[in-house]
Write a protein that binds this ligand. Structure first.
Ligand SMILES: NC(=O)CC[C@H](N)C(=O)O
Length: 251
């Protein structure tokens, strides 16, 4: 199933507003929308950016951002508000474009390790296992320069990592129900960052995409760098214009 074709003149993007950097995401989305319209020679869509706290608000959205915060708390609150199943439907059945940052990435993973005792509920959508709090506690927060191949050439992106998760495993179980629902789209690594000293060789995966679902370990909304928001919004518009073909097919 694909996202229904919508009038791309009117696009509503929601930011899940249970906790975390909601206002910051909306502010960067507004800047990104202004940039898209100033760069385009043809009319760009009219965007509405709304905070989502109810299933009714979610149903108005063509795309969604799940911000950072605390995924365990977010799951509990979403469950209490009756939002968890509508969110699963939005991401995994309607295949509407969804981007999770930090705790949002945890929520969009199909599995997580280093969870609290008893585990935690997830939305799923990305066939990955995330390792929560990979870099330690709040005190080990850092800003690291990232080279993100999907962005235009330019300065490295300043990645803000706060108790950040990383993708520790890409789950490729053939015949897995979720994979089938995601139209066979495979997980694509969109960004990596060198493993901290003493924690192994190579790079950690800090950004992934699978079909319409995108996740970053870091917090672009806590910078004034609008590039990822602009890139994502463009993917959303292109996907809706083509009647719901998912964003992975666009690039
Ligand atoms: N900055 C964040 O969003 C932290 C995420 C948090 N460690 C979690 O697992 O939910």
């Amino acid at each position: 199933m694909t996202v229904d074709a919508v009038n791309p003149q009117q696009i509503t993007v929601g930011v899940l507003a249970l906790q975390g950097g909601v206002i910051e995401h909306i502010s960067l989305l507004q800047k990104a929308a202004a940039q898209l319209s100033s760069r385009s020679s043809t009319p760009t869509p009219q965007f509405s950016f709304i905070q989502v706290r109810t299933a009714a608000q979610l149903s108005q959205c063509d795309a969604l951002i799940i911000p950072g915060g605390e995924s365990t708390t977010m799951a509990i609150v979403a469950r209490r508000l009756g939002l968890l199943d509508p969110l699963r439907e939005f991401v995994k059945v309607q295949h509407k474009p969804t981007w999770g940052t930090c705790a949002g990435l945890v929520m969009l993973a199909s599995a997580a390790s280093a969870t609290k005792q008893g585990g935690q509920e997830l939305i799923g959508g990305l066939d990955v296992k995330v390792l929560r709090n990979r870099y330690g506690t709040q005190l080990q927060s850092f800003v690291g320069d990232l080279r993100l191949p999907f962005l235009e050439e330019g300065e490295p992106f300043r990645g803000v990592f706060i108790r950040a998760p990383v993708v520790e495993e890409i789950i490729t179980t053939a015949g897995d129900d979720e994979v089938t629902k995601l139209k066979g789209k495979q997980v694509e690594v969109m960004g990596t960052y060198p493993k901290p000293q003493g924690t192994g060789e190579g790079e950690d995966i800090v950004a992934v995409r699978q079909g319409n679902v995108f996740g970053t370990s870091f917090h672009p909304e806590l910078t004034d760098d609008v590039r990822i928001h602009t890139w994502w919004l463009k993917q959303v518009v292109e996907g809706l214009k083509s009647g719901g073909r998912d964003v992975q097919a666009q690039s």
